[in-house]
Every structure is written in C-alpha cells, then in structure tokens.
Design a protein around this ligand. Structure first.
Ligand code: FAD
Ligand code: NAP
Length: 534
C-alpha cells in the first residue's frame, strides 16, 4: 500500500495550497481529484457569465508575493476562464501536478486505530495509507439532486450550471427555460438573455442582488493594491468577511436618520458588490434595521424594471437581506426589460417538467433547451459522499445525522488526524473564501509541524471542545437574522437535511484570533498523543 504523510482530497484553491504547504514541510503528499484538471469550483462551473463575486485581486492567494506581483487580472471581477487559467498557472508555477492524481474519486477514508493512520480508497482501486487526511473537498462541489417532477422526460437539450459542457452551448435563437434564481442563475440569465430567441425564468424565491460595476481592472487600483499589499491583506484577514471594502461600521441603522442612512446605502451601492457588508452594525441583527435596506433595494428594482408587476415579483419580501448570500450582478434586473425575457413566478405552485418544456400554474411552456440552476448540497455534501469512518468505525454521515458537529470547523471528535478546509463551524461561505482557505491551510500546516516537533502521531478534537464550539456557533447564529431564511446555509434546500446553521457567523477576524488563541494555549481543546510514548 502506498504510504503518505498527507492525503489531500480535492484540487481547488484549498487542495493546491495544502499540497504546496505539505511540500514546504518536507512531507510526502498527494492530491486525489475527481476532475481531469485543477480548479475545483472554477473547473466545474463553466456556465455563461460565471464570475467571481469578490474583486479579483482579493479573491486570490496571498501566500506568495511573487505570484501576486506577476499575475495581472484583466477585470475587476474575473470570469471563470480567467480564474481557471490562474489556478492552472499556480499548479504549474509551484510544480504541483506531479503529485495530483486526476480523474480519481476518493470513495472511503477509514481510520486505523492501531496504526493511527487513514486508509484512503479510490474508485481506481488505489489503497493509500496516510498519517493525515485533509478534506479539501469544497463547500459547494456537490450539486443538489434535481428534485423537479418529470425532469428526466424532457426531450430537448438539458444543462446544469454546475457541470456545464466544456465545449460551451450555442443558444442563438433558441427557446430557453431556466429554473432557479440564485447566484448561478442570475449570472447565466444576464449573459444569455441577449443571445437567446426567448428566455423564461422560473423563480420560486427572488434574490437580493447588488451591481458589481464590473469592468477592466483599473490601473490605479492595481498600483495602489501592489504598493500597499501587506496592509490590505492584513485588513482582509482582520475584518468580518475577508473583503477590504466591507468596512464594518459601528453605527446602527435604526439610530441613523433616514436621509443619512440612504446616503450610506447609496454610497455602498455605488461601490458595488460586498462593499454593502458591514454598512450598519445592526444590519443582520435587527429585522427593522434590515428592512430599511430591503426598502432601499425595492426602490432600486422599481427604478430599473419598467413593468411594476415584474419589479414587485423580483423584490424579495420573505427573508432578511444578507441571510442568503447576496448575488453580485452585471445588469440582472435590466434583463427583465427585454422583450424576449419573461419572469414566471412559481412561488405558490411548484413546477413540473414535461417532454416539451415546463408546466407552471396550469400553463405549459415549450422549450428547445432547459437549464437547471438548483444549487448544491452545501458544506456537508462532499464529505457525506465519502464513506468516512473514525474511531469504532463510526460513519461521519451517522455522527452528523442531526447536523454537522465540529471543533472550529477544522476537526471532528472521534476522527483523529482528519482536517477539513472551511468546514461547517468556520466562517467559510460567509467570507471571501480564499482568505478563509489560506487561514485554515496555514493553521493545519502549523499543527502538523507542531505534531512532528513534539513527536506526536495523533491529534483529535475533544468531545467537550466540540460540544462547546457547536453551542457557541448556534448561540452566535441565533443572535443574527441568518437562521430566518430557508437557505442552503441551514440545509433547507435539500430534502431531509437537518436544519442547522452551518457556517460560523462570528467574523473572519474574530475567528482567526480564536484559532490563534487555541494554539497559544497549547492546542486547547485538542488531544495530542504518541503511540510510542505513554
Ligand atoms: P472546490 O473549489 O469546490 O474544490 C473541491 C474539489 O474537490 C473539486 O474539484 C471536487 O471535484 C473535488 N472532490 C470533492 N470530493 C471528492 C472526492 N471524493 N474525490 C476526489 N475529488 C473530490 N467564493 C467566494 O469567496 N467568492 C466567489 O465569488 C465565489 N464564487 C463561486 C461561484 C460558484 C459558481 C460556486 C459554486 C462557488 C463560488 N464560491 C465563491 C465558493 C467557492 O467554492 C470557493 O471560493 C472556492 O473556490 C472553494 O475552493 P475549494 O478548493 O475549497 O473547493
Ligand atoms: P442557490 O443559491 O442555492 O440557488 C438555487 C436556486 O434554485 C434558488 O433560486 C432555488 O429557489 C431554486 N430551486 C432549487 N430547487 C428548486 C425547485 N425544486 N423548484 C424550483 N426552484 C428551485 O444555488 P447557486 O445559484 O448555484 O448558488 C450557490 C452559491 O454558490 C451561492 O450562494 C454563492 O455562494 C456561490 N456562487 C457564487 C457565484 C458568484 O457570484 N461568484 C455564482 C454562483 C454561485 P429557492 O431559493 O426557493 O430554494
């Protein structure tokens, strides 16, 4: 059996950086990746219009100043092909490919208690023994099952945003239907609307969307970023969501006069994207404060969409703004002013698919192409698909039946030497994920180095620390408006999934400090041990 120090599952932003760090520590490491290339999210999600929702220079690695100084982003918000080129460039620059096994899916990972090692099995018949297993499997890498009756009966072309054909799709002149209005759909709709013959958008719940104000990378911004790179990167690491522009205000919306409040909203709207984050301290805490921003957005939508009925349907009224990830768009609402685009509200009656198209509210709409943009089995989906067995053969799926339980989103009690990157219980999907990924990989690498220095061969979260952390995550989540939405953050989009708020909403900077404190206190809440010493 192949012997490794570290087995890494996944070759996206997380797996690539983990491999690089493992090599720096002098460890033998290998990445197993189901796809035939690197990139993770940016390998799979090739739908038209796919692009980042955080400015490109921020949504990029910070660990190598040289890499940062020599890579030039062409747009403020890079599109998928450029992000994929970037990750391929990283793989080449750091010579990572020779330790990546592509087109290889990890099917099981079983902890051998006597050897204190993981046995990793793949669909290619490999059996690998590794001291450490790092699950860099992604939070949004397993598409949700298509749960629409009749979906398999459609006779035309069918596409899923999360597994788009590499050759692209020619929609010119075709009758197209799309189901879903989350971030993936918002980007797809905006991009294909001018090209298709007709487009019907089936919307169950409208999304809050903020303009990106995308455009070519601004040379002044690039110059400034490069000149002050260190302080900007530090600011990202310390703020709530890992985005420099999302400066947290300590002012309360409800204590701010309406005129001044609107000025703040206008200013952040004009900056675009997640600059809106942190606009007021009570924004995601008090419903009345949140409502003031909902009203602001409603006004914006009414100003853009000419048909008042369509504008009203596009305005979210059933959940607080920010309690689902906000979409960042490039002309989304404007699309509904086009003659060839129709919004079909399916909030009151579910849709079904027929051989010819989609049936909604008693009407059958006929299409040449149907696009599903239904989202993901988020945060736990990829881990649940692997048969992970810890102490006493306990399956992780079973341990997590009532929702994920972790310590710091990094480890699970009963699963020694297995780390998760941006796992449930960490800020993860509430942040600029590259910032959170780098923090996790740095922490994991330092931990492995500390284990080796102390001549230890097993580290595990204690059940007490896990209980304490789960309680803390719930307590913080319940102080916010997050749990009020039926979002994928709480698993509400997947039938039968336990309803638990999964990410840690305490903020990237606060969380980083907590992780550092744990280390400073001798890995508090973790038990380290050695088989060769009592
Ligand atoms: P991923 O990129 O998801 O990579 C995980 C890899 O693991 C995949 O390649 C998968 O094939 C592989 N894998 C999983 N299970 C197995 C297995 N059992 N065996 C072998 N291989 C396996 N975040 C942001 O912060 N900003 C954004 O703008 C943003 N945009 C996004 C757009 C889309 C369309 C999606 C879906 C997500 C977006 N995200 C964004 C979140 C995004 O997932 C992260 O930013 C980041 O790319 C995650 O990197 P990762 O390496 O952790 O996971
Ligand atoms: P999503 O946000 O979960 O959206 C899925 C959409 O499909 C929702 O509108 C949902 O409606 C609808 N839907 C699901 N099942 C349905 C059904 N049975 N019938 C009718 N409608 C159904 O998924 P996503 O758009 O792929 O985005 C997921 C996350 O990935 C985002 O939140 C973001 O974090 C990330 N992402 C980012 C970007 C970016 O801008 N860079 C782009 C894409 C994705 P309901 O809301 O009613 O459930």
């Amino acid at each position: 059996m192949e012997q490794l120090d570290v087995a890494i599952v996944g070759a996206g932003f997380s797996g690539l950086y983990m491999l690089h760090k493992a090599r720096e520590l002098g460890l033998s490491a290998r990445v197993f990746e189901a796809a035939d290339g690197v990139g993770g999210t940016w390998y799979w999600n090739r739908y038209p219009g796919a692009r980042v929702d955080v400015e490109s220079h921020e949504y990029s690695y910070s660990f190598s100043p040289d890499l940062e100084a020599t890579w030039n982003w062409s747009e403020r918000y890079a599109a998928q092909p450029e992000l994929l080129r970037y990750l391929n460039h990283v793989a080449d620059r750091f010579d990572l490919r020779r330790d990546i096994r592509f087109e290889t899916r990890v099917t099981s990972a079983v902890f051998d208690e006597a050897a204190r090692r993981w046995t990793v099995t793949t669909d290619k018949g490999d059996h690998i023994s590794a001291r450490y297993c790092v699950m860099a499997t992604g939070c949004l890498s397993v598409p949700k099952r298509i749960d629409i009756p009749g979906a398999e009966t459609f006779k035309g072309e069918v596409y899923n945003t999360s597994s788009w054909p590499t050759s692209g799709v020619d929609f010119r002149g075709k009758r197209v239907g799309i189901i879903g209005t989350g971030s993936s759909a918002v980007q797809t709709i905006t991009q294909i609307a001018p090209e298709v013959g007709s487009l019907h958008v089936f919307q169950r719940t409208p999304s809050f969307s903020i303009p990106a104000h995308n455009g070519p990378a601004n040379p002044d911004v690039v110059r400034d970023w490069r000149a002050n790179r260190e302080s900007y990167r530090q600011a990202e690491r310390e703020n709530a969501i890992g985005i420099v522009a999302a400066v947290a205000s300590d002012k309360l919306a409800l204590e701010t006069p309406a005129e001044e409040r609107n000025r703040v909203y206008e200013e952040r709207w004009a900056r675009g994207g997640f600059a809106i984050g942190g606009c007021f301290a009570d924004f995601l805490i008090t419903k009345e404060a949140n409502d003031t921003f909902v009203d602001f957005i409603a006004e914006k939508v009414r100003g853009i969409v000419k048909d008042p009925e369509t504008a009203e349907k596009l305005t979210p009224r059933t959940y607080p703004v920010g309690s689902k990830r906000i979409c960042v768009d490039t002309g989304y609402f404007e699309v509904f002013n086009r003659d060839n685009v129709t919004l079909v509200d399916i909030s009151t009656a579910p849709v079904s698919v027929t051989p010819k198209g989609v049936k909604a509210g008693g009407t059958e709409y006929e299409f040449d192409c149907l696009i599903f943009a239904l989202g993901f089995d988020a945060m736990t989906g990829a881990l649940s698909k692997i048969d992970i067995r810890g102490r006493d053969g306990l399956a992780l799926k079973d341990k997590w039946e009532d929702g994920p339980r972790t310590y710091l989103g990094l480890m699970v009690a009963g699963y020694p030497n297995m780390f998760m990157v941006t796992g449930p219980g960490s800020p993860s999907v509430l942040s600029n994920m590259v910032v959170s990924i780098e923090q996790h990989i740095d922490w994991i690498s330092d931990c492995i180095a500390a284990m080796s220095q102390r001549q230890m061969d097993a580290i595990e979260a204690t059940p007490q620390a896990e209980d304490m952390w789960v309680a803390h995550v719930n307590e913080v989540a319940n102080m916010t408006l997050y749990p009020q939405a039926n979002s994928w953050y709480v698993g509400a989009n997947v039938e039968g999934k336990a309803r638990v708020f999964m990410p840690y909403p305490g903020g990237v900077g606060v969380y980083r400090q907590l992780c550092n404190d744990v280390v400073a206190k001798g890995y508090e809440g973790f038990a380290m041990s050695s088989s060769s010493r009592p």
